[in-house]
Design a protein around this ligand. Structure first.
Ligand SMILES: *[C@@H]1O[C@H](CO)[C@@H](O)[C@H](O)[C@H]1NC(C)=O
Length: 438
């Protein structure tokens, strides 16, 4: 089995795709202090034909007086046109991004009344597209200080209610709610199964129930959190609950994959030292990953520490994903050896097939939720950003269902009920496998 090759390939692709950006959409406050940057990007937002921007700038001050204020201002720019603007500057056509004809000028500091340290500006955006709000300072050596509040939203329906979620993700509250209902149903089904097969229930089955319930609660909080942002533009509704449940969900899911991989509780009642070590690596790393996730969500793609935390998150995530594969590989190795020595080839072959399948499914799950979803996010138009969320949730659902179905409590243990024909066939297959080193 070329597991190392697979894992390495996975790692590389994840690293290559490391720089993805998300569309955040909240009312944001940004403090800028003596900042000499020529370009300061704020938030990105997907507008419909009824988009609006509210810009409130206060505590405005400059490092020198007597300036050409037309060289300072806010503008909107799409990602594609930004590349063209850079080209124009490089070709010497324009000296300042604000002079370009492809940007949408929002506010030029020219309009600032003399001596003013604050202004409010309202800008209707009727061209549907995804724009980034950018501040340009085309005066070299000038340092700018200001407090910026930016609110971007779309007006929805006849009642013109404000929708603070970007155009492509505005249906996410409903999507998350729907998925949480599915998981609550799964949890109910699982409880029923545990009750019906209570004689063959192991500890791990209760752990699986906890994982499903946490996933359902996490989705419910995410639905409420997103719908709160949608209505108010701020994230402080259920976000704390959401972070708590995603933290617990993350830790329990990774622990569950490790425990199933080791065969704990249904193959053996204890964990080996090296298996415990995997848990001791994965659990603290999950704590770090969750802290990183909170910072990433709160700071937005143009925040100062965003890139650093994104890299921390990706690194930790990749280590966790690799670490959880080891116990499964060890179990597969042990089962192969046992199959050769203890004469119960059929029993062991069945377990072996199960563990091999599980290994492949875990790899697919990791690959899909990390790589395919990021790829989808990058290539889909801003209007359909929700599709990558749906794809990730469907893959996760499939993974939960597969795990539950394959490791469910059985009324009669299939590992023990094997007849002689199966035994012979299994021995043959093991011999064949040995020859080909599958
Ligand atoms: C921000 O500016 C908008 C548009 O001028 C105005 O309606 C709103 O009241 C201002 N908000 C604050 C908090 O000053």
């Amino acid at each position: 089995m070329s597991s190392t090759a697979t894992v390495t390939a996975l790692f590389l692709v994840v690293v290559v795709l490391a720089f993805i950006s998300t569309t955040t959409a909240e009312i944001r406050f940004t403090e800028i202090r003596s900042d000499p940057r020529p370009i300061i990007p704020f938030d990105e937002f997907g507008f419909t034909h009824n988009g609006r921007l509210e810009l409130n700038v206060s505590k405005l001050s400059f490092s020198s007086t007597d300036l050409d204020l037309s060289k300072l201002g806010f503008f909107f720019c799409t990602r594609d046109s930004w590349l063209q603007v850079l080209q124009q500057i490089e070709d010497g056509e324009i000296a300042c991004a604000l002079q370009s004809n492809i940007i949408k000028q929002v506010y030029s500091f020219n309009s600032l009344s003399k001596g003013a340290t604050r202004f409010d500006h309202y800008y209707p955006q009727s061209d549907a597209d995804q724009y980034t709000l950018v501040f340009a300072n085309c005066l070299p050596q000038l340092k700018v200080s200001m407090n910026v509040r930016s609110a971007m939203y779309n007006l929805e329906g006849k009642s013109k209610t404000r929708d603070y979620l970007s155009a492509g993700i505005t249906i996410l509250p409903r999507v998350y709610f729907l998925f949480s209902l599915i998981y609550f149903t799964l949890a109910g089904t699982w409880i029923y199964l545990l009750y019906k097969k209570r004689l063959t229930v192991f500890g791990i089955h209760f752990f699986m129930l906890a994982v499903v319930i946490l996933k359902a609660l996490n989705l419910l909080c995410e639905a409420e959190d997103k719908s709160y942002i949608k209505r108010t533009g701020t994230a402080h509704g259920w976000d704390v609950l959401f972070y708590i449940f995603s933290f617990l969900k993350g830790i329990t899911l990774f622990t569950l994959i490790v425990l199933i991989g080791t065969g704990w509780s249904f193959l053996k009642p204890y964990l080996q030292d090296k298996e415990k070590k995997v848990l001791m690596i994965v659990i603290p790393l999950q704590v770090v990953a969750n802290i990183a996730q909170v910072v990433i969500d709160e700071s937005g793609p143009y925040g100062q520490d965003w890139v650093t935390w994104k890299q921390v998150f990706l690194l930790v995530d990749v280590i966790c994903c690799c670490a959880i594969l080891f116990p499964i590989v060890w179990s597969i190795k042990n089962l192969r050896e046992a199959a050769r020595t203890d004469g119960k080839a059929a029993v062991n072959l069945m377990k072996l097939t199960l563990f091999r399948q599980y290994y492949v499914v875990v790899i697919c799950y990791i690959y899909f939720t990390r790589v395919v979803v990021y790829a989808l996010e990058t290539i889909t138009s801003y209007k359909y950003l929700w599709t990558s969320v749906v794809a990730a949730e469907l893959a996760t659902l499939a993974f939960y269902v597969f795990t539950g179905y394959n490791f469910k409590p059985e009324a009669h243990n299939p590992y023990l009920a094997v007849d002689d024909d199966d035994e012979e066939a299994a021995s043959e297959q093991l011999k064949l496998e040995d020859e080909f080193e599958l």
